[in-house]
Design a protein around this ligand. Structure first.
Ligand SMILES: [Zn+2]
Length: 247
């Protein structure tokens, strides 16, 4: 088997397994405010879910559409990130980062909170594996840039949160650090694409939701998912975009 295809298949299978953990953790947060990293129970009867996470086994209670979306989207996300990783040494770090980003995106959409007890250990584990992988790949410059980019994105969001008074949560500020690291490991230009992309996407979706009256002007909209989308899009498509932009 071709090495790229092999990598894609392995990472996609990892994604299918981890999707179960994302749903378990998201449901635990949404419904009980506690942590649960494996085997999500049916919120109605507590029974195990089927392999597609769409119904429970015992009573066939239909689960929310988010479960199947996670099961499809997470493997795709992890494969894209594995191929977006600048060197093979950091593929595990980028896959772990995709998993953390997936969990935080779903919990942020559900509860508009980015829990520290996921963000802090997740950032430590992902960040450490990025640093170690980067050093093994003899890319100390990229490792330093990743740390500086994480701090830069964090400071940008911190200043915006101070200015915007309540419109941006401090969860989004903290999330900026790991996002900045993984985008910054690629390049500074990619960080620019990620930040601008997050605000363009967030603004566009907010306007659409206002126009379609899905939200009122005073409602808070979770911004974390747009930051994650901007960062992932930049890691995966940023080089192609920058080539096009620079002519
Ligand atoms: Zn059930």
């Amino acid at each position: 088997m071709n090495a790229d295809l092999f990598l894609a298949v392995v990472v996609a299978l990892v994604g299918v397994v981890l999707a179960r953990a994302v749903v378990a953790e998201a449901d635990a947060h949404r419904l009980r405010g506690s942590d649960l990293w494996w085997n999500p129970p049916c919120p109605t009867c507590g029974d195990d879910l089927n392999v597609f996470l769409s119904k429970c086994r015992g009573n066939r209670h239909r689960q929310r559409a988010m479960n199947v979306l996670v099961l499809i989207a997470l493997p795709v996300l992890l494969v894209l990130l594995a191929f977006g990783a600048p060197t093979g040494w950091v593929v595990p770090a980028y896959v772990a980062f995709g998993f953390m980003a997936g969990v935080l995106t779903v919990t942020d959409i559900d509860t508009q909170l980015i829990p520290n007890r996921i963000l802090v250990p997740g950032t430590l584990a992902c960040g450490l594996s990025l640093v170690i992988g980067g050093l093994f790949a003899s890319m100390p410059g990229a490792v330093v840039r990743a740390l500086l980019a994480g701090i830069t994105y964090f400071v940008v969001m911190f200043v915006l949160a101070l200015v915007a008074k309540g419109a941006l949560g401090y969860g989004d500020v903290k999330l900026a650090f790991p996002l900045g690291m993984f985008v910054g490991f690629v390049s500074w230009s990619h960080l620019g694409v990620a930040v601008v992309g997050a605000f363009l996407l967030g603004g566009l979706v907010s306007v659409l939701l206002l126009i379609t009256r899905r939200v009122r002007r005073t409602d808070a909209i979770a911004f974390g998912p747009f930051m994650v989308a901007g960062a992932v899009a930049s890691i995966v498509f940023g080089s192609a975009f920058l080539d096009w932009y620079r002519g």
